[in-house]
Design a protein. Structure first.
Length: 458
């Protein structure tokens, strides 16, 4: 006979958790195993030694060393064997049954028969139940396979509570009690699993209290210490400051924002707006997230938006990441030769005393000569506007021209006088106003002539 030939064990081996199957595999084959554990266990046909053999005692000693009491109890529950007694007694009982699978099968059948009522008794009592309502009839249920529940099962479902300000103790207690009801935990297990689910300052607080021997006492202490509600102003400030992190997915960011909203009464529309505001991107690109009627639709659009971000970053790896363009600022080029830059800047300085470039008036060597007249270019005691010396000009020199905004004119500098002039009028004669001529000064002898002009200025 093999273990697979026992119907109850066949069902248990197929449905139990992998960790518990690993315990049984370790007992049978002395190693943790691999993905083929269930197949090897089904084909197990019993140990090839008897209860009084030397091999039996060595195997019992090895099992005691490798497996803990909790693991042995788990194996006993899986094989539907009594799990009472000391560790050594449980080991001997397990080995005895595993040496003779026929005896194990008969034991399971006997336990099933002893726990059920005979058909004759049910027939005799049938009439007495006919007058009762269906709701009031409670028939005994036997031989229901009860899996062994460990803390690992609870821990994999419920999130630990550490007393952080972002966690709601009311929501945590509600989740914990849902798990308790799902696993049908006893009043003894509730405070044990509850304490083991605490972390940080919540764990320290409970450890500092005495007499916490029931779930109701534990729950009251947690509510008293951590059951404060967050006011609207604080909650709005937290939601406004919470932004999407670089190492955080959009779905993870949304769930954390939703967890924050559990501390108060926040509408779904407000939650969606806070999530959108916390994404560092332009309003135009985030427009896909607007207009959602519910959170389910909003989550779908978040996935589409995240796909857009991924495709953008993948298509243009050298450009700033999608939504992070504003973070990349244009940096000014560094000046490699600062001394050269200083010299160039110094050469553009003009002295207001002598008019030369390269130094300031405060360090001018010609300062002792007095004020310089920029009309006669002589040092003395007068300025250009008070200068009485007139320059003699035999030739007209154009020393500088600058363009003005009008494309038909240019500013021409003649003898330190800026004059607005036309560009290529197309005429053989060029006219100049008498007022301008007088300002320029005598540049040549004038001759009288009679010329008739027509066209421009007519």
């Amino acid at each position: 006979m093999k273990l697979i030939d026992i119907p109850e064990l066949k069902a248990a081996i197929a449905s139990e958790r992998t960790s518990k199957i690993r315990y049984l595999h370790k007992l049978l084959f002395d190693f943790d195993g691999d993905r083929q554990n269930r197949s090897r266990i089904r084909e197990f046909s019993g140990f090839d030694f008897q209860s009084n053999d030397k091999d039996f005692n060595e195997k019992a000693k090895l099992i005691e060393e490798k497996l803990s009491l909790n693991e042995l109890i788990t194996i006993s529950n899986l094989l539907l064997i009594n799990n009472e007694g000391t560790k050594k007694e449980i080991v001997l009982r397990l080995l005895t049954y595993l040496c003779d699978l026929d005896t194990l099968n008969q034991n399971i059948i006997r336990e099933n028969d002893s726990g059920s009522d005979s058909e004759n008794e049910n027939e005799q009592n049938r009439k007495s139940y006919e007058n009762l309502s269906e709701e009031s009839v409670q028939l005994p249920v036997h031989n229901v396979y009860q899996p062994n529940i460990s803390f690992n099962d609870i821990e994999s479902i419920i999130m630990p509570f550490d007393g952080d300000s972002h966690q709601s103790i009311e929501k945590w207690i509600e989740l914990f009690e849902d798990v308790v009801n799902m696993f049908n935990l006893s009043d003894l297990h509730k405070p044990v699993f509850g304490k083991r689910s605490l972390r940080g300052k919540a764990k320290l607080y409970i450890q500092s209290e005495t007499g916490v021997n029931s779930w109701e006492k534990l729950k009251d202490l947690l509510l008293f210490e951590f059951g404060y509600s967050c006011n609207s102003a604080d909650l709005q400030e937290m939601l406004s400051k919470r932004k999407l992190k670089d190492d955080e997915s959009l779905e993870e960011y949304f769930l954390k924002m939703k967890q924050l909203c559990n501390r108060g009464n926040v509408e779904d529309t407000a939650l969606m707006q806070y999530v959108i505001n916390g994404i560092p991107d332009s309003v135009f690109r985030k427009s896909i997230l607007y207009g959602c009627q519910n959170l389910s639709e909003f989550k779908q659009k978040l996935r589409v938006y995240e796909k857009m971000r991924f495709d953008y970053d993948k298509a243009k790896p050298n450009k700033p990441k999608f939504g992070n363009e504003t973070k990349d600022r244009i940096k000014a080029p560094k000046i490699e030769n600062k001394d050269k830059f200083k010299d160039t800047k110094l050469n553009n300085i003009r002295c207001f005393n002598c008019g030369a470039l390269g130094h300031k008036s405060s360090v001018c060597e010609n300062k002792i000569k007095g004020i310089k007249c920029f009309k006669c270019n002589k040092f003395g005691d007068h300025l250009a506007k008070y200068c009485t010396i007139k320059k003699e000009h035999s030739n007209v020199t154009v020393d500088k021209t600058t363009s003005c905004e009008n494309l038909t004119t240019k500013i021409v500098r003649i003898n330190d006088l800026n004059i607005v002039s036309l560009i290529d009028t197309g005429s053989q004669k060029t006219l100049i106003g008498k007022s301008i001529f007088d300002k320029i000064g005598k540049i040549s002898e004038l001759e009288q002539s009679n010329i008739k002009l027509s066209g421009l200025g007519k």
